[in-house]
Design a protein around this ligand. Sequence first.
Ligand code: IMP
Ligand code: MG
Length: 176
Amino acid sequence: MITLEDISFKPLIEESILKSRIQEIGKEITADYTGNQLHIISVLNGAFMFTADLVRHIQRPCNIQFIRLLSYQGTHSSGKITEIMGLNESIRGKHVLIVEDIIDTGLTIEYLYKTIVSHEPASLKVATLLSKPDMYRGNIKIDYLGFAIPNHFVVGYGLDLNGFGRNLPAIYQAIN
Ligand code: IMP
Ligand code: MG
């Protein structure tokens, strides 16, 4: 058990399970991109740890860049996304793989997917460590998924609560 800002968390996915699943995804990506080079777009801040571990298991030439988005969820259900740090290299005609930490409401991935498609990549796929299938009802296909998890707030392995908890080597779930 751990506590962050008065919220208690219990272990959900231990480090060794994360590691072996990420290794499997890396092998899958390696096989799927035979003869191609990948352009990875990693979504900061949450995906930094997953990206760092995943790319070590991808045995293909990888161009890796980072993008940073902030989502503002107002009192209405429609959200707004602001690009804090945008794309710094052209992805036109490239094989692009988005790497995310978690797909929750899907707002972020929908924005990013549409934005990248408008740059006309040769192909576009999505890898995410976690998803909350109870929350996301959209149409974007998740090509590589680490784990589907219940609809609880989680921290660790890059995911945070107000900036803290990202350094935890495993995933923890809030107890309510
Ligand atoms: P979205 O709701 O799918 O747009 O998710 C937006 C972002 O919120 C994700 O990329 C995460 O960085 C963050 N997020 C969503 N769910 C959680 C969670 O359970 N813990 C920590 N961060 C989360
Ligand atoms: Mg994120």
